[in-house]
Structure formats: structure tokens, C-alpha cells
Design a protein around this ligand. Structure first.
Ligand code: ADP
Ligand code: MG
Length: 161
């Protein structure tokens, strides 16, 4: 699927829309969203959009110093969602993980931080910026989002589920 957005706000709204679309009824491991695209493409903006959708109040910034950051998702944040799909699913996502691999040497840096446990827990949704640098630890089943900078406010967003 391909989308074009004309503002950061539109990219944020798209993130929530896609989330509602991709949510599976049940999943054994964490849901993983791999974000690709150059600096300034809009990867962090996309994560902020999903965080807003899930009613996360904290401000999401790129985790420059901490490689991995997580945010708790409250019951309230989920209950008020209007989407039928979310209301009717055994929705169990409790934490949003935001990982930025820009400064990473390789996937081993994530292994020492316990990425295996994080990936193995179905309570988690994990968004990974520069995910192409840690391909080795990505589960086979993950969602790929590639963002291309077209001009100042236009982005092409390709989604592979
Ligand atoms: P990345 O994390 O990929 O490096 P950021 O999300 O931090 O990128 O930055 C994207 C920048 O591009 C922000 O300054 C944002 O305001 C701007 N921008 C302009 N148009 C868009 C758009 N359509 N979608 C996303 N970001 C956009
Ligand atoms: Mg970023």
C-alpha cells in the first residue's frame, strides 16, 4: 500500500489509521513496525502519531541517548478508541517501545539490552527507526514502513504488511 501525506499531522493520522488496520486478533509475540527512510523523512513523526492514537501523554522524541524507550498504554487509552476492530479484539498491548538504531554499531547492541525478551512479549508494540541496520533481529513477520521525502511537506509512505 502506498500513501502520500502533505503535512506532519497527516503522517500522524495515517499512523493511527494503519494501526487499526493491521491489528491482529491475537499475536504470540510483539508487534514489530520497522521504519525506514533518511534523516528527516518522518519516522519519529510517525511514532508520535501512533502514540497520540494510543493516548500516550508523554512527548515522544527520538531516543538519542537511550537506545530504547518505552511508554505505558493505559486501559483508558484503549477503551475510548472508536474503532470496532480494536474494541472487539483481545487487545492486550500494554507498552509502546521506541528504538532508534541510527547510532548503533549492529544488532548485538540491542541483544545486550534484552531485545529478545521485548520481542517475545505480546504485550508490546515495537517501532524501530533505521530498522534496516538490525535486520538480523527482526522477526519474520513484521510491518515495514518506508518513508520517502518528496518535498518540504510531502512524503510518500509505503507500507508492507
Ligand atoms: P526522522 O525521524 O525520519 O529523522 P522526523 O520525524 O524527526 O524524521 O522529522 C521529520 C520532519 O519533517 C519534521 O520536522 C516534520 O515536521 C517534517 N515534515 C514535513 N512534512 C511532513 C510529512 N508529510 N510527514 C512527516 N513529517 C513531515
Ligand atoms: Mg527519528
Amino acid at each position: 500500500m502506498k500513501y502520500v501525506t502533505q503535512s506532519p499531522k497527516q503522517t500522524q493520522i495515517l499512523a493511527g489509521f494503519l494501526f487499526a488496520k493491521i491489528l491482529k486478533k491475537s499475536h504470540k509475540n510483539a508487534l514489530v513496525i520497522a521504519l525506514e527512510g533518511e534523516l528527516g523523512a518522518g519516522k519519529t513523526t510517525f511514532v508520535q502519531g501512533l502514540a497520540k492514537f494510543l493516548e500516550i501523554k508523554e512527548k515522544i522524541k527520538s531516543p538519542t541517548f537511550n537506545l530504547i524507550k518505552y511508554y505505558s498504554i493505559t486501559d483508558y487509552g484503549l477503551r475510548i478508541k472508536k474503532s470496532e476492530k480494536i474494541r472487539n479484539s483481545q487487545f492486550a498491548i500494554r507498552k509502546l517501545y521506541h528504538i532508534d538504531c541510527y547510532r548503533l554499531r549492529d544488532h548485538k547492541d540491542l541483544l545486550v539490552l534484552g531485545i529478545k525478551d521485548i520481542l517475545g512479549n505480546s504485550d508490546n508494540i515495537i517501532l524501530i527507526e533505521w530498522a534496516d541496520r538490525v535486520k538480523k533481529i527482526l522477526p519474520k513477520k513484521h510491518i515495514k514502513i518506508h518513508i520517502d521525502h518528496i518535498d518540504k511537506n510531502t512524503r510518500k509512505i509505503e507500507v508492507k504488511i
